[in-house]
Design a protein around this ligand. Structure first.
Ligand code: HDE
Length: 715
């Protein structure tokens, strides 16, 4: 990025960056160091001396190199970018950064998993955090959201219980980054308000293809307030330009071994290559007078506002265009807080949000060592800070008064500085003056007590393939539970959602199906909750090209060019690293070898022809596994010429010559061309197949031995 493109925030961060290359070593006091390979000793074989200040400083710093990881959302990955609004939102909010389409507000986004520790794998089945810090001209605004629009519980006071149940079990700290154990399902089956969230979590949304292909949601209900003081309830949405896409579970588990940094690497590489990820920002708004017009409570965080009832108004976009310089300084030290609000955005009485408003500031005090974490470069607002807060652990600012005078004040009111810094009557934040009355009471509103209708709405909105994958996810998660009582209670809870769903869960986890099939009587659907209704594009996808010596250079080259043109990346994969020789003697660079990669790290596969090449591949167990896995993970596969023989060897079904002008065919995403020479339409058909993301129709196939499958597609 050129220096002109650098935003003000970036410039501010630059002031704190240090470059050590070509410099001489010093201590943290700036004292030059003459020798750092031996400690100061009383004689060459003698004891180390206390007075070795260099040794002690170096070791002390190392001893404290780690700060406590976040109690939840410990594993995360961040990037910088900008936000811009499409048109002024002045009718709805006075927030300055939502007024002027020509203003680009710098942002820092941190994506995360919730349960695992910092070193856990990226592909855990989990909720993903999607936290955005907007460095607005009126101070920092944080939208601390998730990739699922609702939450497990209704009141923040249950959060420690939820998290204790989902974290590894206390006696042996097993399992890591997984909900598939007794304590979590014990909590779920004893807390039926979790039912709706469990449906979402066990759907494809729990295992995203990429951070770039996730929706984001503010989850809680907030308020937008305009300059006249009129307020509306609001929910926030991020919609990814590339669509919402997911992995399948078998693939996710394998990726966690093959490349546990898969999501990090994906985001980092996309930004480095200039494929800047982009989301549109949307709001759902409800007028105050319509607060009680819905068959759910709009303050209940376990409920969506169905988009079909309350449309999402798209109001802006966010682009992430710069990777961090230092993971620790930025991604690890960034501190989000849902209470970081700017004028024009306010909270609601959503009891989950109310508790969050306490927790985030509190947690940073211990995690970041005291009350001055707002001074860390990544947390500093662009707007100036003026107040009477002073000192404390890790204070960076040197507060001072007029040079040489004694009028240094840190209190208000004061006369020495004319009562400054003083309140800003014009631009200062004023909390929305909602009328509140009632008894002091520890209770839950009756309007929060329908736990099953929306879980059924979600279930109704899934395609038969999505439903099958949800059941399979239950079989994994609940199948890992040992306590029969817990398993039975899970089935009972979901029998309140849908009788057939409960029966199917029961069949896979070794408990009896409910005697009386139950279920909510909701028949409505909300198409927007199915990710099958998302955007589809081949752009930025990654294709593996399996090849060996003797491959068809022309075909391979043409395919690589066509993919590049369509914005698709490709890598040549072979049994070893180095160069390949094509059948005509051209050299081809191998990007990855079997030991360094795996089919699960790609979106699609191409097998070019070439007799010698394909015959070699047919003898390689790794090549055959590559092809088979691509198929059972529903990914697009293309083969040309003798490449089709490898499909045959791997038992992949395909058709020959039924497509465009009898040359190209596409059977459930298996694109083939045996004898033809119409490479262009062959490549185009493949790109279309890649854009479809997955070819779920394969789930209907005989090779799945439908009668043997522990779940049904007839729901
Ligand atoms: Fe959080 N959450 N949370 N959470 N949350 C934290 O704050 C908490 C909830 C979310 O990348 C913690 O700095 C409570 C919902 C994200 O740094 C902590 C409750 C949503 C992140 C905390 C919730 C979130 C956090 C831990 C129940 C979606 C990571 C470390 C009322 C809207 C931010 C930290 C980052 C992090 C508390 C529920 C999103 C302990 C008490 C709902 C994305 O303060």
């Amino acid at each position: 990025m050129s220096s002109e493109e650098k935003s003000k925030k970036d410039e501010q961060l630059d002031q704190y960056t240090a470059e050590h290359k070509d410099e001489k070593l010093t201590t943290n006091q700036g004292v030059p160091v003459s020798h750092t390979d031996d400690s100061l000793k009383a004689g060459e074989r003698g004891p180390t001396l206390m007075e070795d200040f260099h040794f002690r400083e170096k070791m002390t710093h190392f001893d404290h190199e780690r700060i406590p990881e976040r109690v939840v959302h410990a594993r995360g990955f961040g990037a910088h970018g900008f936000f811009e609004v499409y048109e002024s939102m002045a009718d709805y909010t006075m927030a300055q950064f939502l007024q002027d389409p020509s203003v680009r507000t710098p942002v820092f986004v941190r994506f995360s998993t919730v349960v695992g520790s910092r070193g856990s794998g990226d592909l855990a089945r989990d909720v993903r955090g999607f936290a955005t810090k907007f460095y607005t001209q009126e101070g920092n605004y944080d939208l601390v959201g998730n990739n699922i629009p609702i939450f497990f519980i209704q009141d923040a006071i249950k959060f420690p219980d939820l998290v204790h149940s989902i974290k590894p079990e206390p006696h042996n700290e097993v399992p890591q980054a997984s909900a598939a154990h007794d304590t979590f399902w014990d909590f779920v089956s004893s807390t039926p308000e979790t039912a709706n969230m469990i449906m979402w979590l066990l759907s494809d949304r729990g295992i995203p293809r990429s951070f770039r292909m996730m929706e984001g949601f503010g989850v809680n209900t907030f308020r937008l307030v305009n300059a006249e003081g009129k307020a509306r309830f609001v929910k926030f949405h991020w919609k990814p330009k590339l669509g919402t896409h997911s992995m399948v579970w078998d693939e996710a588990q394998k990726i966690n071994g093959k490349d546990p940094d898969f999501h990090r690497r994906d985001l980092w590489n996309a930004i480095e290559m200039g494929n800047y990820p982009e989301w549109e920002f949307g709001v759902q708004m409800i007028e105050e007078e319509d607060e009680f017009k819905f068959d759910f409570d709009i303050l209940d965080p376990t409920k969506i506002w169905p988009e079909e009832q309350v449309p999402v108004k798209i109001i802006g976009r966010m682009v992430l265009n710069r990777n961090t310089d230092n993971f620790f300084a930025e991604t690890e030290q960034v501190a989000f807080h849902p209470g970081n609000l700017v004028p024009g955005i306010d909270v609601s009485n959503d009891p989950l949000l109310q508790g969050r408003l306490f927790s985030y500031l509190d947690t940073q005090l211990i995690r970041l060592g005291g009350p001055n974490f707002h001074e860390l470069p990544i947390n500093r607002p662009l707007a100036p800070i003026h107040n009477n807060q002073r000192d404390g652990y890790n204070r960076i600012t040197i507060d001072r008064g007029e040079q040489g005078s004694h009028d240094w004040v840190a209190y208000s009111p004061n006369s020495l500085w004319n009562n400054t810094p003083g309140p800003d009557q014009e631009r200062g934040y004023v909390h929305y003056q909602e009328k509140v009355e009632g008894h002091k009471i520890r209770a839950r509103s009756e309007s929060f007590k329908d736990f099953y209708s929306q879980a059924k709405l979600f279930w109704n909105s899934m395609s038969k393939y999505e439903k099958a994958r949800i059941i399979a996810a239950f079989h994994f998660e609940v199948g890992k539970v040992k306590d029969m009582g817990v398993k039975m209670r899970v089935v009972e809870v979901f029998n309140n959602v849908d009788g057939e769903l409960a029966k199917q869960i029961a069949l896979g986890v070794g408990v009896d199906p409910p005697e009386t099939p139950g279920g909510s009587d909701v028949t409505a659907t909300s198409p927007a909750v199915s990710i099958e209704t998302t955007n589809y594009s081949a752009e930025t996808r990654k294709v593996a090209i399996l090849a060996d010596d003797g491959c068809d250079y022309m075909a391979l080259n043409k395919m690589m060019e066509a993919l590049k043109e369509a914005g698709v990346m490709s890598e040549v994969v072979s049994k070893r690293q180095g160069m390949l020789k094509s059948q005509d003697g051209q050299e081809i660079k191998i990007d990855m070898s079997y030991p360094t990669t795996a089919s699960v790290l790609y979106d699609a596969l191409y097998i070019p022809g070439g007799m010698e090449c394909v015959q070699a591949l047919m003898k390689q167990a790794d090549a055959l596994q590559f092809v088979k896995e691509m198929y059972v993970h529903y990914k697009a596969i293309a083969a040309s010429g003798q490449g089709l023989d490898l499909l045959q060897e791997a038992d992949i079904k395909f058709e020959e010559g039924t497509g465009q002008e009898g040359q190209v065919s596409n059977r459930l995403g298996v694109v083939t061309m045996r004898n033809g020479d119409d490479m262009q339409s062959f490549c185009d058909t493949f790109v279309e197949a890649i854009a479809k993301h997955r070819h779920w129709g394969r789930m209907d196939e005989d090779m799945w031995q439908a009668s043997e499958r522990p779940y049904t597609l007839d729901l």
